[in-house]
Design a protein around this ligand. Structure first.
Ligand SMILES: [Cu+2]
Length: 66
């Protein structure tokens, strides 16, 4: 398993948290959003998912990975 922390712009409330965490959960990644630091900690299996896929999944929800 691999752990990464991404900076994400645009998340402002619990709806955003649920959108990001839910979308990542659907592709098999465990995510924890921290609104205070505008970051998302993601744990995933690097044999099944790439960082690029995770970034795209977050951006598909309407947020910007910076
Ligand atoms: Cu929101």
């Amino acid at each position: 398993m691999q752990n990464i922390t991404l900076k994400v712009e645009g998340m402002s409330c619990n709806h955003c948290v649920n959108s990001v965490e839910g979308a990542l959960s659907k592709i098999g990644a465990a995510a924890k959003v921290d609104l205070g630091s505008k970051s998302v900690a993601v744990t995933f299996d690097e044999n099944k998912l790439s960082v690029e896929t995770i970034k795209e999944t977050i951006e598909d929800q309407g947020y910007d990975v910076v």
